[in-house]
Design a protein around this ligand. Structure first.
Ligand code: 3PG
Ligand code: MG
Length: 399
């Protein structure tokens, strides 16, 4: 894969696909990690005299056509404002994605300037499954620029027009973030130092079964917590009350558990849970062993015995990959499990990788220094699909 030094960018309009899909509270950005992670490429392109035109998505806008989606938002305006702050340079935002305003913004860029197009997902064609529909939008986007740089690591697993189709139409290269993220994933895949311990959390086993399947060849231990752990516990016959449950995945989960046993990979599940009366920050809660979880409670976090066990299972790890919070860490009363995992990993001297937006946000929210981990990935879904062994459309397009 070529990096940006292989491209001639001076005086050229560079269409830069970035992943600036940050969490928002209304129009306030609650975690700007993805914007900061995009700065190295933007700065390098500016230093080399490029005219940087950024295309990115934000959220999943709803509506049948452009007008409905643009009216409903979210606009990239807060992101453009934050990027301008971080760059100390204005970042005008086009009023559309690939129309008159986009053309005018592109035409007015001076060397070293940066501008953004509006939320690419206002265009329904961006995510279309119809190749011809995507190709038409891609053609319009490509018409705005001379060269293409793909740096939206977190969106590389999406076969979308701005990720997959545009690079085929322009001279292209991978940005600094994509190269850094991919080299970490290669290191996790090719002969990781052992013991290799993987911690998986997040809501649903269905998102993680494929990666667990593939990791059975590579990892020594897989620790499972958070929302997805309740389906694993239910598959073992435990009562999980009103906890998250993917009832249609119980058989798949049993299969992955028996595969793990057969291959000698240790699969570690919670032995105690924090059960609450409902999903709320101030819900009344107690600790229950998984053998005595009440039918009218909802699992919100791992209990203290499990926190201890997870910390012990991590203590000798030479390689760690963690994806997904192991409790409802957004509510301080239910953040102890996620904090325990983060702290245990932060103490290790091996190669430690935090994969994905939510886990990365959890670390920053808990106030742990980012440099106590080897790498904090900007892409959860993309990292997981890479570790599943899948080919990422956006990565294939940059090859
Ligand atoms: C993400 O937030 O995971 C990436 O930006 C991709 O967004 P998506 O899941 O909406 O495609
Ligand atoms: Mg996602």
């Amino acid at each position: 894969m070529k990096g940006i030094e292989a491209l001639d960018v001076a005086g050229k309009v560079v269409l830069l696909r970035a992943d600036l899909n940050v969490p928002l509270d209304g129009t306030r950005i609650t975690d700007d990690g993805r914007i900061r992670a995009s700065l190295p490429t933007i700065n390098k392109l500016r230093e080399r005299g490029a005219k940087v035109l950024i295309t990115a998505h934000l959220g999943r806008p709803k509506g049948d056509d452009y007008a409905e989606r643009a009216a409903g938002g979210p606009s990239l305006a807060p992101v453009a404002a934050r990027l301008a702050e971080l760059l100390g340079h204005p970042v005008p935002l086009a009023a559309d994605v690939a129309g008159e305003s986009a053309r005018s913004v592109a035409a007015h860029l001076a060397d070293g300037d940066v501008a953004m197009l509006e939320n690419i997902r206002f265009e329904p064609a961006e995510t279309s499954r119809d190749d011809a529909v995507r190709a038409e939008l891609a053609g319009t986007l490509a018409g705005l620029a001379d060269v293409y740089v793909g740096d939206g690591f977190g969106a590389l697993h999406r076969k979308h027009a701005s990720v997959y189709d545009v690079p085929a139409m322009l001279p292209h290269a991978a940005g600094e973030l994509v190269l850094a993220e991919v080299s970490v994933l290669e290191r996790l895949t090719r002969e990781p130092a052992r013991p290799y311990v993987v911690v998986l959390g997040g809501a649903k086993p269905s998102d993680k079964l494929a990666v667990i399947g593939n990791l059975l060849d590579k990892a020594d231990r897989i620790l499972i917590g958070g929302g997805m752990s309740y389906t694993f516990l239910a598959a073992q016959g435990y009562e999980v009350g009103r906890s998250l449950l993917e009832a249609d995945r119980l058989d798949d989960v049993r299969k992955v558990m028996s595969d793990a046993r057969a291959r000698g990979v240790e699969l570690v599940l919670p032995v105690d849970l924090v059960g609450a009366t409902g999903f709320a920050a101030d819900a009344a809660h107690e600790i229950y062993p998984v053998t005595a979880f009440p039918a009218d409670r909802e699992g919100m976090d791992m209990g203290p015995v499990t926190r201890q066990i997870f910390a012990e299972k991590l203590a000798d790890a030479a390689t760690v990959f963690w994806n997904g919070p192991v409790g409802v860490f957004e509510f301080p009363a239910f953040a102890d499990g996620t904090r325990a995992v983060a702290e245990a990993i932060s103490k290790l001297s091996g190669f430690t990788v935090i994969g994905g937006g939510d886990s990365a946000a959890a670390i920053r929210r808990l106030g742990l220094p980012e440099d106590s981990f080897s790498h904090i990935s900007t892409g959860g879904g993309a990292s997981l699909e890479y570790l599943e062994g899948a080919s990422l459309p956006g990565l294939a397009a940059l090859a």
